[in-house]
Design a protein around this ligand. Structure first.
Ligand SMILES: Cc1ncc(COP(=O)(O)O)c(C=O)c1O
Length: 349
C-alpha cells in the first residue's frame, strides 16, 4: 500500500498530462488540520494546504507555475529566464532557483512598488538573489512599463548570443496558472483520501495566477467548493475582473468550462494601507500561526490572507460545523526583512 499521496489520476476532465512539465516537488504537499488555531478561534475546523513546502529554494506557490513555464522555456531552447517582481519577490527567488537547477541564467527587473523599499543589501529574498547567482538585477520605479523593461533584458541576452524566455509577473499566465489547476486536483484527491469535505477554500490573491488556476481547476472538476480570494494589493472589483479574465483563459487552455463571474470572490478588506505594507491583523495572523501551530506565514501575502480568514471566522462568515482549507502560498523568507514590524504587535496600521 502506498500511503503517500501520488494521486489517483482521475483528472480526465482537465488532462494536464498533455502539457510539458518539469517536476520540482516529489509527490503532493501535505494537507493538515490546524487544531490549535481552530480551537483558539472557536469557529470552523481549519485545514492547511502546505504549498510553502513545495520544491525549489524555500518553496511557495510559484514553484507550481514554474513547472509548466520552465518546461516551455526549455522546449524553446532558452538559456536565460527573465522576469519581474517586487523588492522582496518570492516569484523572482523561485524563478532564479529554477534557473539554477536547470543550468540556466536569470535576469530580474525589480519594480519598486513602494518608493524607497528596494535596498541591495536587504535580507530575505534579496540575499537569496545574490546567493543563487542572479546575472543582473535592475530596479525600475512603480509605473514603469514592465513588459518593455523585460524586453530590454531579453535584448541584452540576445546581444550576447543567448536565447531569453520572459516570464510575466508572478508567472500569472494561463500556462502558469495550470500549476494551480493541478493543485485543485491534488486538494480534491487528498480530500477524498482523508474523507474530509471542505465547505470553502481560502487563498491569497495577488498577480492572480494562483486564484485563477485554483478556480479553473475547481470548476473543471465540478467540485462545487467555493473559493475565497483575499487581496494583497488591489480593490475588489479590479482584482475580481483580473482573476475572472485569467481563469477564463486558463479554462480555455485546458478545454474546460469557463468559471462564471460570480464564482470570483476577491475580498479587499485586509490589504491595509497598500501592497507589502504591514497591518495589525497581518502581524496577529503571522504570530498566531507561528505560536499555535509552528507554521511560518509571510508579511505580504499569506499573512494578510490568513488575517482575512481569521476576520471571516470572527464575523461569522465561516462558522462551527464547517471545514475550511487555507492554501498556504509560502513566502517565509521575507519574514526576516520585516523583523521590526513583526516583533511589535502594537503596530499602528
Ligand atoms: C507567498 C506568496 N503568496 C501569494 C502570492 C500571490 O499569488 P498570485 O501572484 O498568483 O496571485 C505570491 C506571489 O505574488 C506569493 O509570493
Amino acid at each position: 500500500m502506498v500511503a503517500l499521496h501520488r494521486g489517483h489520476g482521475h483528472h480526465g476532465d482537465m488532462n494536464l498530462a498533455r502539457f510539458p512539465r518539469r517536476r520540482y516537488t516529489p509527490g503532493f504537499t501535505p494537507l493538515e488540520p490546524l487544531p490549535r488555531l481552530s480551537a483558539a478561534l472557536g469557529g470552523p475546523e481549519i485545514w492547511i494546504k502546505r504549498d510553502d513546502l513545495l520544491g525549489l529554494a524555500a518553496g511557495g506557490n510559484k514553484t507550481r507555475k514554474l513547472e509548466f513555464l520552465v518546461a516551455e522555456a526549455l522546449a524553446q531552447g532558452a538559456d536565460t529566464l527573465v522576469t519581474v517582481g517586487a523588492p522582496q519577490s518570492n516569484h523572482c527567488r523561485l524563478t532564479l532557483a529554477a534557473a539554477a537547477k536547470e543550468g540556466l541564467k536569470c535576469r530580474l527587473v525589480i519594480e519598486e512598488r513602494v518608493p524607497g523599499t528596494y535596498a541591495h543589501e536587504a535580507l530575505g529574498n534579496n540575499l537569496l538573489f545574490d546567493l543563487m547567482g542572479v546575472e543582473s538585477v535592475r530596479v525600475v520605479p512603480l509605473g514603469a512599463d514592465l513588459a518593455a523593461e523585460m524586453a530590454v533584458e531579453a535584448a541584452a541576452v540576445r546581444a550576447r548570443g543567448g536565447v531569453p524566455y520572459t516570464i510575466a509577473g508572478g508567472g500569472s499566465t494561463p500556462l502558469g496558472a495550470l500549476g494551480y489547476a493541478a493543485c485543485a486536483a491534488e486538494i480534491m484527491d487528498q480530500s477524498f483520501d482523508l474523507g474530509v469535505a471542505f465547505d470553502a477554500i481560502v487563498v491569497a490573491s495577488g498577480s492572480a495566477g494562483t486564484h485563477s488556476g485554483l478556480l479553473a481547476g475547481l470548476v473543471a472538476l465540478n467540485t462545487g467548493v467555493p473559493l475565497t480570494g483575499i487581496n494583497v494589493r488591489r480593490p475588489r472589483a479590479e482584482q475580481e475582473g483580473n482573476v475572472h479574465k485569467l481563469a477564463v483563459a486558463t479554462a480555455e487552455l485546458m478545454g474546460t468550462p469557463a468559471p462564471s463571474r460570480d464564482s470570483v470572490v476577491a475580498l479587499d478588506e485586509w490589504v491595509g494601507p497598500g501592497y507589502s505594507l504591514p497591518t495589525t491583523s497581518m502581524v496577529e495572523a503571522v504570530r498566531m500561526l507561528a505560536s499555535l501551530e509552528g507554521v511560518l506565514l509571510d508579511p505580504v501575502y499569506s499573512g494578510k490572507a490568513m488575517a482575512g480568514l481569521i476576520g471571516l471566522v470572527r464575523r461569522g462568515d465561516f462558522h462551527a460545523g464547517q471545514r475550511v482549507c487555507f492554501v498556504h502560498t509560502g513566502g517565509s523568507p521575507s519574514l526576516h526583512a520585516y523583523a521590526r514590524d513583526l516583533r511589535d504587535p502594537a503596530l499602528n496600521g
